[in-house]
Design a protein around this ligand. Structure first.
Ligand SMILES: Cc1cc2nc3c(=O)[nH]c(=O)nc-3n(C[C@H](O)[C@H](O)[C@H](O)COP(=O)(O)OP(=O)(O)OC[C@H]3O[C@@H](n4cnc5c(N)ncnc54)[C@H](O)[C@@H]3O)c2cc1C
Length: 492
């Protein structure tokens, strides 16, 4: 039986993103998905400009703009709606060319991801197909699948498997990996509501810090709103499917507008968890997205983390399949991504604790500490320019221990001769310099198939190199800086 080079289990946002990126590198892949269409329940609503940049790389710049709206940031408020802390996001373009924060509806995003995938002949999406067993041998993986409509069975062979199969991942079980609990489990009610009424609220994400009942509010679309509330013991989402029951919970935002003006689109219960899988890879099988990590959604990073995983792994895997890169580069995936994910989960937990911690002492601490949250390392960067932490040191992130460096950070998607950096680099290695390289160096860069970008004095990239104490940066195909320094490494 001929093996498909890459089989992706799960057509959620992570699987669809990984498939599109691999297709852009010409890799043939097959996605197997249990359901026949997009999963309709409300989930992700917020993403930052780093993740927006990934969507643009997939070719969805205009499509995503059409289904999303920029937001003004994150506010922590108390029960009187007094602002305790604010992380501002201006709706103008940020360092990557997109709004620093955007709101959207996950099923709509998945629909455009699926439509976009049809552009690539090298990808097949097989719906109504459940993977039931994964067995790995020396040169591939055998997948047993069941057609969920006919009940028929089939066997598929894969060169590599990407387990993008969500929180209850079969792939994770198959590689013998288990979730490590990072200490956060809460049941929450998630409700999407539509109304023509004008709520007159600040156009950002509100996190209500109230131990009696915390809450999250945001306006997702022109007439569409999202609320999330922790459920008390004995309560279920069923208790809030009627507007008369929900109305008192949302009244801090709706004021005197009567319940009749609102319609519940969907109300669901979710358990928010903080967990990271202990192993993300076993030889030819990888975990990505919710299969590898779960985060409480308080800083809107769960789905984003899955897209970051796909972006990190796709070019490495394509390079290995093309024999342009050694197989060992695949080891860097878990090293780089696990640490970043843990850091983001930690920040989400800090916000979650500020929202929900109970007792008088917590109340006093919250009032005193919340206004200073923007000073916490990690939150500080998120607060000021939506920048997430650098990737961990690996063979593909050369970070000296004692020197400030750009390595591990994303190169800004700056304007280069009227185009954006990503359009110029087009998924290849890029060398960004603030000086003219020699003819030999130019020839070497060209020979390696990399792109040379010479940053003009005064340009955004020139300034970026300068603030990072560098004159040259080697930028990987996923936009991450591999190495940065004063001069180009010697040619071999
Ligand atoms: C209430 C809520 C709010 C959220 N808010 C945000 C937010 O604002 N921002 C953000 O970034 N994230 C947010 N998230 C998280 C986000 O929704 C998830 O992280 C994201 O859906 C994960 O995508 P995924 O593709 O990894 O997994 P999933 O979306 O779970 O997709 C996995 C897919 O695999 C399929 N599958 C599973 N097993 C098999 C099998 N054996 N065979 C075939 N197919 C299989 C499933 O059917 C599914 O389609 C939120 C989540 C919740 C619950």
């Amino acid at each position: 039986m001929t093996a498909v080079p890459v089989v992706i289990v799960g057509a959620g946002p992570t699987g669809l993103t990984a498939a599109t990126l691999l297709a852009q590198y010409g890799v043939e892949c097959l996605i197997l998905e249990r359901w026949d269409s997009v999963y309709p329940l409300p989930r992700a609503v917020a993403l930052d400009d780093e993740v927006h940049r990934i969507l643009a790389r997939l070719g969805l710049r205009d499509e995503f703009a059409a289904i999303s709206r920029p937001h003004r940031g994150l506010r922590l408020v108390d029960r009187t709606m007094r602002v305790l802390a604010e992380f501002q996001r201006y709706p103008a373009k940020g360092r990557h060319g997109y709004p620093p924060g955007s709101l959207f509806d996950q099923p709509e995003l998945e629909a455009i991801l699926r439509r976009n995938l049809k552009k690539y002949g090298s990808v097949t999406l097989r719906g109504s197909t459940e993977v039931t067993t994964l067995i790995q041998d020396v040169d591939g993986v055998r997948l047993d699948v069941t057609d969920t409509v006919t009940g028929g069975h089939d066997v598929i062979r894969a060169g590599y498997v990407l387990g993008c199969d969500g929180a209850n991942s079969l792939t994770r079980a198959a590689i013998g990996s288990t979730m490590q609990d990072l200490g956060f489990t809460q049941r929450w009610l998630v409700v999407d509501v539509v109304t023509e009424a004008d709520l007159g609220q600040w156009e950002g994400v509100h996190q209500l810090c109230d131990p009696a009942r915390a809450g999250t509010y945001m306006r997702v679309g022109k007439t569409r709103y999202r609320w999330e509330f922790p459920l008390k013991s004995g309560e279920t989402a069923d208790d809030y499917r009627d507007m008369t029951r929900l109305h008192p919970l949302i009244s801090p935002w709706t004021g005197n507008i009567p319940a009749g003006e609102f319609t519940i689109v969907r109300a669901a219960e979710y358990t928010f968890r903080a967990q990271v899988a202990d192993r993300w890879r076993d030889r030819r099988m990888f975990l990505l997205g919710d299969a590898a990590h779960l985060t409480p959604p308080f800083i809107g990073q769960g789905m984003g983390a899955g897209l970051r995983d796909a972006m990190n792994l796709a070019w490495k895997l394509a390079g290995v399949l093309d024999e342009a890169l050694p197989e060992t580069v695949l080891d860097t995936y878990e090293i780089e991504r696990k640490q970043h994910t843990r850091a983001m989960i930690k920040l989400a937990k800090i916000i979650g604790t500020a929202m929900t911690a109970g007792g008088r002492v917590s109340h006093i601490i919250r009032r005193a500490v919340a206004p200073r949250l923007h000073l916490v390392p990690g939150l500080r960067e998120l607060a000021t320019d939506s920048q997430t932490p650098p990737l961990h040191r690996s063979d593909l992130v050369i970070r000296p221990r004692l020197r400030r460096t750009l390595a591990g950070r994303l190169c800004p998607n700056a304007t280069v001769d009227g185009d954006r950096f990503d359009d110029v680099a087009a998924g290849r290695f890029a060398i960004v310099t603030s000086y003219e390289p020699s003819a030999t160096q130019r020839a070497d860069i060209e020979r390696r198939g990399a792109v040379l970008i010479t940053a003009e004095p005064g340009s955004e990239l020139h300034q970026w190199l300068r603030t990072g104490g560098a004159r040259v940066a080697i930028v990987r195909p996923d936009g991450t800086v591999l190495n940065a320094g004063r001069q180009l490494p010697a040619c071999h």
